[in-house]
Ligand binder design. Structure first.
Ligand code: C5P
Length: 392
């Protein structure tokens, strides 16, 4: 409420044993809901069913705080036996769950497996913290700090991204993400430190802004429901998927860390230690971005990424020109907290004329937002030019 959101509290039966619905109604902007059937008019013989899908359909975000082990299990298996679980199944908006339970329960494989199922479906998890638990116990499992939960909420719907800025509505965005894996033999591969987090954040943010998003990813991270995911492993699989999808895209963002070299002849069988030290011959992988630039559709916006450790701007600009992209995002991977595997990043966004935006250390979601702002501007410029050309 303090951050300016409209809040509808949805209480499970167990929740009402801790705090009553009247307290939540008094504190929130909308009346608290507890049941699938609304008997608020006191006429229990004619219960009015609330459209149980409505809350989920209308929300920009569903936040479950605290999320019990039982709720996580019900959500993971798709049960819909009360208002909260029906809301969760009916929504297509981002969902954040904030688990809270005793340490032993948190550690239980059943809870962890349910969480990974939910995460693989794009549900955002704010993990619990250490501290006092019910019954005088102390340990892992306490509900995350309110600040941490609110920060995640802001990341997801902050600055009105989900609700009001549908600026990419009707735009088809293709994103690549993750570090490719190039096999050496059936059990070993060559890869890099890329996690895919920045690419996935771009896909999620573009989707929230109304775009039709395809994500070609070598990462095992989940994606928001609604994003079309094409999983790949090697550079050549990524090349095939990107070349297939690119002709349909208005925007192509090549955020993947494609391996520059692959093993020339991967072995069909595991290389044995007893056979001595193998010599492995490498060959270059195709430059996917260069190919995409070559066969770009007219009006298509192409965005490349670069990871640098020194002379960041000069090298980034040289790469923008050499690759022929419209926008180049340079990661300064030497900045603490930025780049590979972190949840935060620091980037410089370059256009043909030089630096257009510097983003100091921020969450990858926020960085994605700034990059998409830039892309939206570029698309706008293009449609204005096309309008002018058409009228002259
Ligand atoms: O030249 P460099 O590898 O630093 O360029 C990085 C950019 O090129 C990134 O956008 C990356 O996704 C793309 N790339 C590619 N194919 C490769 C290597 C990099 O598309 N084989």
């Amino acid at each position: 409420m303090d951050n300016g959101y409209f809040v509808t509290p949805v209480l499970t039966h167990s929740a009402t044993r801790f705090v009553g619905a009247a307290t939540f109604s008094a504190l929130a902007s909308e009346p608290a809901r507890t049941k699938l059937f609304d008997d608020s008019r006191g006429n229990t013989s004619a219960l009015t069913p609330i459209v149980h899908t409505r809350l989920g359909q209308e929300a920009d975000l569903v936040l479950v705080a605290p999320a019990t082990a039982h709720l996580l299990a019900r959500y993971a298996t798709g049960m819909a036996d009360d208002l909260l679980t029906t809301t969760l199944l009916a929504t297509r908006s981002p969902v954040i769950v904030c688990p809270a339970m005793h340490s032993e329960m948190w550690d239980h494989p059943a809870v962890q497996e349910n969480l990974s199922i939910l995460a693989s479906r794009g549900v955002i998890v704010v993990p619990p913290a250490e501290g006092r638990l019910a019954g005088g116990d102390v340990g892992m499992g306490r509900l995350a700090d309110i600040e941490a939960i609110l920060e995640r909420v802001e990341d997801v719907v902050g600055s009105g991204a989900a609700s009001t800025r549908r600026e990419l509505s009707g735009v088809r965005v293709l994103v690549s993400a993750g570090g490719t894996r190039e096999p050496i033999d059936p059990v070993r591969f060559i890869s890099n430190r890329s996690s895919g987090k920045q690419g996935h954040a771009l896909a999620e943010e573009a989707y929230l802004r109304g775009a039709e998003v395809t994500l070609v990813t070598a990462s095992r991270l989940g994606a928001t429901e609604g994003v079309k995911v094409v999983p790949v492993e090697t550079a050549s699989e990524m090349e095939e998927a990107m070349m297939k999808e690119a002709p349909m895209a208005d925007v192509v963002i090549m955020a993947a860390a494609v391996a520059d070299f692959r093993v020339k002849t991967p072995r069909g069988e595991k290389i044995k230690r007893s056979d001595g030290t193998p010599e492995i011959l490498l060959e270059p992988t195709p430059d996917i971005l260069a190919k995409l630039v070559k066969c770009r559709r007219s009006g298509q916006v192409l965005v490349g990424f670069a990871a640098e450790t020194s002379d960041v701007i000069e090298r980034g600009h040289e790469k923008l020109v050499r690759k022929g992209v419209d926008i180049l995002v340079v990661n300064d991977v030497s900045t603490p907290g930025a780049g590979f595997d972190h949840d935060t990043n620091a980037v410089s966004i370059l256009g043909p004329g030089g630096v257009v935006h510097e983003v100091a250390l921020a969450t990858k979601r926020r960085v994605a937002g700034v990059i998409l702002d830039r892309i939206a501007l570029e698309l706008n410029k293009r449609s204005k030019t096309m309008e002018k050309e058409a009228s002259s």
